[in-house]
Write a protein that binds this ligand. Sequence first.
Ligand SMILES: Cc1ncc(COP(=O)(O)O)c(C=O)c1O
Length: 402
Amino acid sequence: MPVTQLRRIVPAARLENVRYAIRDLACIADEVARQGHKILPLNIGDPLNFDFQTPAHMIEAVHQAMRDGKNGYSPSSGVKEALDAIRGEATRKGITNIQDVFVTSGVSETVDICLTALLNPGDNLLTPCPDYPLYSAVLAKLDIGLNPYYLNEEDAWQPDFDDIQKKITPRTRGIVLINPNNPTGSVCTRKMLEQIAELARRHNLVIFADEIYDKLIMDDGAHVAMAAVASDVPVVTFGGLSKNYLAPGWRIGWGIASGELSVIKPYLDGVNKLLRARLCANHPEQYAIKAALEGPQDHLLEVKRKLRSRRDLTVKWCAETSRVSCVAPRGAFYAYPSIDIPEGDDVFVTELIRQKYVTVVHGSGFGQRPGTKHFRIVFLPDEKTLTAAYSAIGDFMRERYR
Ligand SMILES: Cc1ncc(COP(=O)(O)O)c(C=O)c1O
């Protein structure tokens, strides 16, 4: 007799707060695609879905590593060759006082490990609002409430420094800064970095500097690393191969921990404990790190040329379209226009997929100031696709809101 399962198996209550709007929307898009419609995807930040390719010398380095038998587990922090290359790159960016470097399965795993190693129940972490949803998902998993600080649309999406100051409590352990930013495409000013560093000094905070897009700055001016302006402050800088080096499927990210050793050492012991517990990051792919960071950077010129042209097209469309306005993005490949509509931005995006087969992500999926509405555009598709998508969004808005 088979045993009948009578009680439903329910997931842990803390997952109530896990949201990942970007992938959730993809389910609706799949449904529409199954009905035979061609989707114009402006929602997922994977350059490999569009006309971008992983540099050949990186592929060759991984292939060679596999042929050389680098197919077992690697050391938990990563292979020496990769760690040296990451340190070298950090030094070139002006980061000193480096106390540890470790390779992970994407920045996603760096974030998971670094937050888990820091936070106790009752602690809180300042995260940007709007944010990249990975942070709130990891915090939900840890049963840690959100302590979001606003990014200021009126100030080109710079962090709202007054709001950050107001939100610090005795249990605040750190602050996340995403720069260049997802979803707004903004780039932090040096002055803002210095102000946040000063606040971290005063309140004993760890700064998590997510700089995964640091080589994708579209305008003049180099990216300034947070750790480079705050060598005495505990900073973990996140970087990886997914965006700058067009290899998101390889799942290679890293953390660079800097600051005073005596201050940061106990925390790093905790991070390393977790790194050992999960064995290691993907092994052969780690051999692409040196090839990426020290090899030819030609692909970046081409990538930035395409992004500039697609960004300009996007900004022009926003400026010409009623009910839409947008701060011009300067880095990464996202735009985050605000929209003036009489319904929720979640309704806007779901109806847009269903009626015009264009996928963007609603602002409420990232968090936003109450009363404001936005949507995030990924402007990775080519100009032809973007033009078709913007024309469809324009039609949709005219028909729906006239
Ligand atoms: C700001 C930010 N951090 C981290 C990640 C995750 O990166 P990875 O592919 O290295 O896990 C992303 C991916 O889109 C991102 O936008």
